[in-house]
Design a protein around this ligand. Structure first.
Ligand code: CP
Ligand code: NVA
Length: 367
């Protein structure tokens, strides 16, 4: 639900703010500040998260393994070459056995039904680390990144001043003269919560795949409009299982779909794309390169299409030049690396809530 997502994002923001100064004390923190730092939640202390990955991963894997460590626990990477699953053992039996020894399962699978099956038979929480249909943890990082850069979109200033990322280590400095007034100290921390964000127009130019699908069911519920361009062939439209969910959540009224990349970027504050050839689609590469001709995100495409002159660029990565050129990808509009960094804090937040504390619905995190 939207409140659950907000709580996960605020928790990710807090975990990042707690951990970054401690992990990356650039140049050494003054002792006064270092004293004010504290470890993030240790909710995974003595707990293990099984990472069942049947596909490659850089960001999701590194984010999950390092997050589990920071939360005081351990992640076990179980690639498809390592375990019996899929060769000598069924999903059902693997889910029960692994769930009997670990406190959570983070699974990257082929067909989406595999992660559903894991969730059905696992005695512990299962988190989707990417499936054929969805990539939910990616969209948490995307939302967090947009909120953290809200000043770029002219969002009215929040009460606390914006703190640029490289200065965020200063936020744990205790206000002088109020050492005994804890609530005041807390309220003076800039950005205890994620900064607000004005409603945006978000254009997606590319393949209707897992990453887009989660945007379709999430961004409109956060007040953003989506404009999507995919090639004319119907096979590049969202599958029924995804569209049914989009409609069920009432997101369809805020989504415009076209086969024209120029039309999609009209008025866009943010332009997003993803690879044209998702993992497992390698055999279709030649046909796909033909079908996606004209879909590369470039300065020219967005100028001719009439994007907001200050448009920003996002991409989940890994990236190929076919879908976005170097000028945009490495240029000043690009948010791709903060977006990649935020995979860590959002996955950490999910582990903390869903595996560490086992509570996403109460008013408070349970302990
Ligand atoms: N964005 C993303 O999920 O990247 P990886 O496949 O490297 O995990
Ligand atoms: N759509 C891409 C996302 C990679 C993070 C894929 O499934 O390969």
């Amino acid at each position: 639900t939207v409140p659950q997502i907000r709580r996960l994002l605020n928790n990710a923001h807090a975990l990042k703010n707690q951990s970054v100064p401690w992990l990356y004390p650039a140049g050494g923190l003054p002792p006064k500040r270092a004293k004010a730092l504290r470890l993030p939640s240790q909710s995974l202390f003595n707990k293990s998260v099984a990472m069942l990955f049947s596909k490659r991963s850089t960001r999701t894997r590194v984010a999950a393994e390092t997050s589990a460590t920071l939360l005081g626990g351990r992640a076990l990477f179980l690639g498809k070459e390592d375990i019996q699953l899929g060769v000598n053992e069924t999903v059902r039996d693997s889910a029960r056995v692994i769930g009997g020894m670990c406190q959570g399962i983070f699974a990257r699978v082929g067909d989406h039904s595999e992660v559903e099956e894991l969730a059905k038979y696992s005695p512990v929480p299962v988190v989707n680390a990417l499936s054929s249909l969805w990539h939910p943890t990616q969209i948490l990082a995307d939302l967090m990144t947009l909120h953290q850069h809200s000043q770029l979109f002219g969002t009215p200033a929040p009460e606390a001043p914006f703190v640029p990322e490289h200065e965020q280590h200063e936020q744990h400095e205790q206000p002088q003269g109020n050492k005994h007034n804890k609530s005041l100290q807390k309220s003076k921390r800039p950005h205890a919560e994620l900064p607000p964000l004005r409603p945006l127009t978000i254009a997606y130019v590319g393949d209707s795949a897992n990453v887009l699908h989660d945007m379709l069911v999430t961004f409109p519920r956060f007040g953003h409009k989506m404009r999507v361009a995919t090639p004319a062939d119907k096979k590049y439209r969202a599958p029924d299982a995804v569209w049914d969910r989009v409609v069920e959540l009432g997101c369809d009224k805020d989504i415009m779909w076209t086969d024209s990349p120029h039309k999609a970027v009209e008025g866009a504050d943010v332009v997003v794309t993803d690879t044209w050839i998702s993992m497992g689609q390698e055999a279709e590469a030649e046909q796909r390169y033909k079908d996606f001709a004209g879909f590369q995100v470039t300065e020219e495409l967005c100028r001719v299409g009439g994007a907001n002159p200050d448009w920003k660029f996002m991409h989940c990565l890994p990236r190929k030049q076919s879908e976005v050129d170097d000028e945009v990808f490495y240029g000043p509009r690009s948010l791709v690396f903060p977006e990649a960094d935020n995979r860590k804090w959002t996955i950490m937040s999910v582990f903390d809530a869903v595996i560490g504390k086992w509570d996403l619905d109460g008013d408070r995190w349970s302990k």
